[in-house]
Ligand binder design. Sequence first.
Ligand code: WT7
Length: 659
Amino acid sequence: MSDGDGELEARLVEQEEFEPSDEFVEQANVSDPDIYEEFEENWPQCWERAADMLDWYDDYDTVLDDSDGPFYEWFQGGTLNASYNCVDRHVEEGNGDRTAINWEGEHGETRTYTYEDLQREVNEFAAALRDLGVEEDDVVTLYMPMVPELPIAMLACARIGAPHSVVFAGFSADALATRMNSADSRFLVTCDGYYRRGDALDHMEKANEGLGGVDHGVDATVVVDRLGEDGFGHDLKGNQHDWDELTDEHEGEEVDPVERDAEDMLFLMYTSGTTGEPKGVKHTTAGYLAYTSWTSHSVLDLKPEDTYWCSADIGWITGHSYIVYGPLALGTTTVMYEGTPDFPERDRLWEMVEEYSVDVFYTAPTAIRAFMKWGSQFPDDHDLSSLRLLGTVGEPINPRAWKWYYQHIGDEECPIVDTWWQTETGGMMVTTLPGVGTMKPGSAGPPLPGIDARIVDTEGEEVEPGRAGYLTVNKPWPGMLRTLYDNDDRFVSEYWQEYSNPDADEWVYFPEDGAKIDEDGYITILGRVDDVLNVSGHRLGTMEIESAIVGVEGVAEAAVVGGDHEVKGEAVYAYVILEDGYEESEEMRERITEGVEDAIGPIARPEQVVFTPELPKTRSGKIMRRLLEEIANEEELGDTTTLRNPEIVKDIQTKVGGN
Ligand code: WT7
């Protein structure tokens, strides 16, 4: 680009606030600023607005039942089906020939499913699942990469009232087994493999190994043949079925959507917490679907005629809520891409935005930082003028990355929504409404209408603007998790212990994020305050990684912390003490890395493994993690006077610096 580009940058660097264009506001689904007041004055009845976006068999009687907090219930008495809402009703309304899913494989092959196609596929697979013995309320595990059969399987499960539990395909065999065991899941849908940077990956081997670790009987496995001739030649065993053969047997069959109670489970999603054991977050049918529909409408500004692309993987909550359920409930066209953004070239995403005329694009700050690093020539080479709105999710976005996204992807015409939320919240919670609010790069924005989020100190008192505190949510919302699977006690202790007052029946949700608020009520998220890392927008528990490392032969003790990383945001730093008789070596380092990959997956791979004879510990024997973080970041060290073994610090510092 010309020199003028540089001048533009300089102007943007100074600018702290941005307004949506009149053109955007005029067409926005929500543009009246009174919406905040309307929701507040009419709470919780305001949420009928979200429920009204769905088709119900029986109407609900009450909006919110708060008689047994924090076990809230929403839209009680109502019955509905999520697959009907995401598929059939659009066909019945005459929109069957509109595209539901535009899928692209890494090699460029494409598949287009209209809503009518989707309806047929979902019905056939629902019939197949029934035939395999899946009954209402059975948990079906989906261990699948980004193939169209994944959303089809999710919707087929929803159709017959079988909750799905999607396990991210990048997770290891162990992780699959842990999740199937935890949910007592007897059915698995998986895939032979997929393509990554041009190579075929063997997924079936991991799936089989995972199945070997399941403690109970597995009734059936269905395998999608993605690789064809590039496959690895795994034979299907006794209760393993080929997806295509199975659906051929059920060609043209129709399965009536099951009437589910509002509070019936729609799905489980496992996520990392402070302990080694992943948490099975339970989401229900009505509240979740109403909430993701409402936020897709109000925040993503989706219209049925839009083509919308969220570049996340469906294996995470972002993909569940904003590739599958929200956009399809609204009858939008959703784009799915199998591969990575840099294959075959670093302009792959922009090429696709141009090709599909994407209107709304939603991605993670880690991706934006990578795009920045690669340079603006890649987006500049493409016509991105179809874009109307941009979004980010998963981690804080620094103002520089925000402005780069604004300038080079949005051409200074698209508002950006920086959306804070979590697996547990089901949908977006803190962000500007793009047709209403001023944007402030670096700050997510105010809580959405109807969401009572506050920044408090350790006593639960609201802090002054500008001061760091803890984010809390002081009222329930429809998309909230209902419990942790089979573990109500842990649900209460994980999220509702810190700031609630059970005697007064006051329940405050604590998401474990630090944050601050400004004079205008805009919230800036400062990051997790528990032992959870955010690596490339993915949540990893330090305990999970530590227990994987300690499981490696020869390792005595390990401490894992997050260090700053230019692209990933945070990276895994592992400090390891070896047992006597084992020596630090490249081989040992590799075994540790493999141990982590086997237990969790490549995303948890340590950036650095630092061998040390001791870990810095306080006199009471607690590992001083703060210090290990400072060392990882090569920062000036804080107070070390409470250490029992201060002499070790220099030693470790030299190793990290010298690496
Ligand atoms: C954690 C939740 C929500 C889908 C992706 C992650 C961090 C999320 C933002 C944001 C700053 C953010 C928080 C949160 N986070 N969005 N816009 N700004 N931080 O879901 O795996 O459940 O992780 O991601 O720390 O607690 P998740």
